[in-house]
Design a binder for this molecule. Structure first.
Ligand code: ADP
Ligand code: MG
Length: 625
């Protein structure tokens, strides 16, 4: 019928584009299936307005791999094209789109800033094929058309005898792309990009077991039949209205998305907005382990049910990237750099909307069923704390549902905490002192001691808690967090009568240099204090500020510079053992007692390691033998 030359300014852009997109060749399949989907959508639309007469049935798409003749076929039952339309949409539109693309990206397509998922369209077929054919029959009364192009700007367009409406694209796979002739590879791509597309996609066949008839004999074998293998779920949960979905539907969709996850999600958030931007989706809260790096099943981004990427950085606020689920929005610009994305007004709105929805959901869960919210707290707190730390809007909302667990098993909000402690746990200036432990096992001794004095101790054990505490102290008026083994605990107004010292001032003056003579001064500051005689003789505390800065450094941020290890050694002058030190005559024996007591105090703080630990054990055996 005709031969022609594609009208492009760049002579032979095929090899060029191939080079530019070397890492992303696989998107050709997504693009061609998207076109097939569009063709079916158009057909359905034309049928609904009466422009296509008669039943159109249930149009589908089929993908076939013919390894022997090195071909992939993508067949659809959509609108099809007339020869004129092929000329217009393929020779002019598709190629001009590709040319425009090239023009735009030739300098920086390989720049890591560009998201590797752009709609290259029909043209992307040439990333993997040395020759492409289109055989298409329009829904209109016109002969079918056959277009062939071998990767040079020349093409041929002839009549074909295809009878059924629709389009078949035939890719003659190039030598360097034969991986795509493997069925497993195509299956993998379909599963990645097309799992939730809106029209059925057939890929091969499968065996299906038929149910046994009611009167079947006991040893009867069930029969099987060969059926089409449809690879996609055409109506994924996020496209439905929340009121049509039950809890079980959300869970089963989760299993579909993450078949390797055996743990059920804690709850989900259905996103649904169409103004001022279009966005649907479902986010799931999984149980989040303390290890923030171990996140491999990520939120997936779709555009109109086509998978785009699972790198949602810049679109979803960072603290929510710990969640799972899907976001589907045609309004997210994807062929731009990440930094542009973050600055984009529309994207900022989307990100704010998601943050707000998550905060609202958490707030309603908290209000509706506090007990179950408390039970989930340990699995969700990292996300909430991370969010409070990084998003001010979220911080404001979270104040109502952020929980502060106590070591005795209750969970209080900030205002409940304030009400409970404002009269009992303050320093002399009336500052609210919030005692907390970061590890219930390691700080057991201190928690016990504080509880005995009637103080409430919080259990704040997330890896980023030091940062959050810092922020809370800056934000709330007149409060200070103090770890139970920190030194500021001494500032608390004592509830009971001050303990009377059993040692006289003279004795104390004698004792202090004795201890300082043994304890390394660059690490420990010795402080004598009359404490409960039932407690420990030597107790190590660490300045709250120093320790917190160090923790913040470890988890990123905080002040720079190395912080020295500094401890206060509290010596309980009322303890029998301390009296014994004072009254031991021989210097050698006394030094051994001090050393032993210091090591025990270090041991209780998990600070005794290596050579010091070995020496301690040896000395202990000497003492008991
Ligand atoms: P886009 O899909 O963004 O329009 P493409 O390069 O993917 O760009 O496709 C160009 C045009 O070719 C489409 O807009 C459509 O008109 C036509 N086309 C491509 N594939 C098909 C198909 N399978 N059936 C009908 N028309 C098609
Ligand atoms: Mg397209």
């Amino acid at each position: 019928m005709a031969n022609g030359k594609i009208n492009v300014a760049v002579e032979n852009i095929f090899p060029l584009i191939k080079k530019f997109l070397y890492s992303d060749h696989e998107i050709f399949l997504r693009e061609l299936i998207s076109n097939a989907t569009d063709a079916i959508s158009k057909l359905k639309h034309l049928s609904s307005i009466g422009e296509v007469k008669g039943e159109i049935g249930d149009p589908r798409i089929e993908v076939k791999v013919d390894k022997d003749s090195k071909k992939i076929h993508i067949i659809d039952e959509g609108v099809g094209m007339t020869a004129e339309e092929v000329n217009k949409y393929i020779n002019e539109v598709a190629f001009s789109g590709a040319e425009e693309f090239l023009e735009k990206y030739k300098d920086n397509a390989k720049d890591s800033g560009i998201i590797g998922h752009f709609g290259l369209g029909f043209y992307s077929a040439f990333m993997v094929a040395e020759k492409v054919e289109i055989i298409t029959k329009s829904h209109q009364k016109a002969p079918a058309a056959h277009w062939i192009c071998d990767g040079s700007p020349e093409y041929s367009l002839e009549k074909a005898d295809k009878k059924e409406r629709g389009t078949e694209i035939i890719l003659h796979i190039a030598e360097d792309s034969t991986e795509f002739l493997e069925e497993a590879r195509i299956r993998e791509l379909l599963n990645k990009y097309n799992k939730f597309m809106p029209f059925p996609i057939k890929f091969g066949t499968k065996e299906e077991t038929l149910p046994l008839p009611e009167d079947a004999k006991e040893d009867a074998k069930p029969e099987t039949q060969t059926v089409d293998n449809i690879i996609n779920n055409t109506e994924p949960a996020w496209t439905k209205t929340p009121s049509d979905l039950k809890d079980e539907d959300y869970k089963s969709f989760y299993r579909q998305m993450y078949p390797m996850q055996f743990e059920e999600p804690l709850f989900n958030i259905h996103l649904n907005v169409d103004y001022p931007f279009n966005l649907t989706g479902i986010l799931y809260f999984p149980k989040i382990k303390n290890d923030l790096n171990l996140q491999k099943d990520k939120i997936q981004l779709y555009q109109n049910q086509v998978f785009v990427t699972d790198n949602v950085e810049g679109i979803v606020p960072e603290f929510l990237t710990l969640l799972r689920g899907v976001i589907d929005s045609p309004d997210i610009p994807l062929n731009v750099s990440r930094s542009y994305l973050q600055a984009d007004g529309a994207v900022k709105k989307i990100s704010n909307y998601i943050t707000r929805k998550v905060a609202d959901k958490l707030s309603s869960l908290f209000k509706k069923d506090r007990k179950s919210f408390e039970e989930k707290w340990n699995d969700i707190k990292v996300v909430i704390e991370y969010g409070m730390l990084t998003e001010d809007k979220f911080y404001e909302k979270a104040d109502g549902f952020m929980l502060y667990p106590t070591t005795d098993g209750s969970y209080l909000t900030y205002s409940e905490l304030e009400a409970a402690l404002k009269d009992s746990q303050t320093d002399k200036d009336g500052k609210l002192i919030l005692l907390y432990a970061s590890n219930a096992d390691e700080q057991h001794q201190y928690i016990e001691a504080a509880a005995e004095k009637g103080y409430k101790v919080l259990l704040l054990d997330s890896p980023i808690i030091a940062h959050l505490i810092q922020k809370l102290e800056g934000d709330k008026e007149n409060i200070a967090f103090t770890r139970v083994d920190g030194d500021a605990i001494e500032n608390l107004i004592k509830k009971e009568e001050a303990v009377v010292s059993k040692l006289s001032d003279e004795e104390k003056e004698k004792l202090k240099p004795m201890i300082e003579g043994v304890v390394p001064g660059e690490k420990f500051t010795v402080k004598l204090e009359a404490m409960d005689s039932g407690g420990m003789p030597f107790v190590l505390t660490q300045p709250e500020f120093m320790r917190r800065m160090k923790e913040m450094q470890q988890t990123g941020g905080g002040m720079m510079g190395a912080f020295p290890e500094m401890y206060t050694l509290l010596v309980n002058t009322n303890h029998e053992f301390v009296g014994q030190i004072l009254h031991t005559k021989t210097a050698k024996k006394r030094e051994r007692l001090i050393q032993q007591a210091l090591d025990l105090a270090r041991l209780s703080q998990n600070l005794l390691k290596g050579e010091a630990l070995t020496a301690f054990i040896k000395r202990s055996f000497d003492l008991i033998k």
